[in-house]
Write a protein that binds this ligand. Structure first.
Ligand code: AHM
Ligand code: MG
Length: 333
């Protein structure tokens, strides 16, 4: 029988990969794992408790209705980062502005974290997979000072780590520090994330496409062509067309495609001319993971990770997934 490797052990063992690492990033990743276990516990009981389920009665900066669990998850992660001491400030999809942490203790933190506390909010009340997505950068402002907007607005290529926690049929944490992608499943009986998906690679070609097809007539005609000709026709040598699968939680659609191979598309539309998904909280972290696993992430015009962000809540179109599928889709644009 092989030995179970916990996330904690794995992170500690990998610390040696970074010659000058002092353990702060390891502690930060462990803090994220702990906060996500607490959120997972709430998600698992969502249908039972009134103070967890349903709308909060407020909207976020993007004008979207906040769910109680969005706010619970947001507070859980923020509190963990505040007391952990590795982070000098955060930005989250649920807050209007970024949040520099004010204590002398937290100003010593080397890192900033940008995150979507609960992606797939519209799926919370209907018991469909949702997740937390995070992105970690080294601050560019001086240690000991207050975090700045420049710390938050770094290109995705500067990420030191990124990952997500998927609250699906099981709870899983998948992350990268730029040396491959590894996945850990939460064993609810021992309360530990255990290595279940070592060195994840996205198949170069897949047979699944994920897009909200309600948008197909209000986006670039090339996308309709890609779906109509590549996804919905029987490819040479195959027995059937690709499968359309759209969960409506990016993190869950991405995770499935990471394992099985596939493409996820959220294009610019006449309604959302910049697309819907947020560069800093959703696209950059998943793009880092996709590339580390051999996949591609593009806006249709450029590599996601190369974009120099201009605004915290900036949106961009997203084409992400298996290398050959994304290349084919981009060729149709
Ligand atoms: P959220 O962060 O508010 O949940 O919004 C992001 C979500 C993605 O998870 C999902 O893929 C997409 O928005 C669904 O949008 P739509 O309902 O327009 O298809
Ligand atoms: Mg989201």
């Amino acid at each position: 029988m092989s030995k179970v490797v916990t996330l904690h052990e794995f992170i500690m063992n990998r610390q040696a990969d970074f010659p000058y690492a002092s353990g702060e990033l390891s502690r930060l990743l462990n803090d994220i794992a702990i906060a996500s276990k607490i959120v997972s516990k709430d998600v698992r009981r969502a249908g039972l408790l009134e103070n967890i389920l349903g709308a909060q009665g407020s909207t976020n900066v993007q004008g979207e209705e906040q769910q109680k669990l969005d706010v619970i998850a947001d507070n859980q992660f923020i509190n963990m980062f505040k007391v952990g001491g590795e982070v000098c400030g955060i930005a989250s999809e649920e807050n209007d502005d970024f949040m520099p942490f004010e204590s002398d203790f937290s100003r010593q933190g080397k890192y900033v974290v940008l995150f979507d506390p609960l992606d797939g909010s519209s799926n919370i009340d209907v018991n469909v997979s949702i997740g937390t997505i995070f992105s970690i950068y080294r601050r560019v402002s001086d240690l000991g000072t207050k975090a700045t907007l420049d710390d938050m607005l770094q290109a995705g290529t500067e990420q030191v780590a990124a990952g997500y926690v998927l609250y699906g049929s099981s709870t899983m944490m998948v992350y990268t520090t730029g040396k491959g992608v590894n996945g850990f499943t939460l064993d609810p009986y021992i309360g530990e994330f255990c290595l279940s998906h070592p060195d994840m690679k996205m198949p170069e070609m897949g047979r699944i496409y994920a897009m909200n097809e309600g948008n197909v007539n209000i986006c670039d005609a090339g996308i309709k062509e890609y779906i109509g000709t590549k996804c919905q026709q029987i490819p040479e040598g195959a027995k059937r067309p690709y499968s359309g699968r759209y969960i409506g939680s990016l993190v869950a659609d991405f995770h499935r495609n990471l394992i099985k191979g596939g493409i996820y598309i959220y294009p610019a539309t006449t309604v959302d001319p910049e697309g819907k998904l947020r560069l800093l909280y959703e696209c950059n972290p998943l793009a880092f993971i996709a590339e580390q696993a051999g996949g591609i992430a593009s806006t249709g015009k450029e590599r996601i990770l190369n974009i120099k962000p201009e605004r915290l809540h900036q949106r961009v179109p997203l084409f992400i997934g298996s290398k050959q599928m994304v290349e084919q889709a981009l060729a149709c644009l």
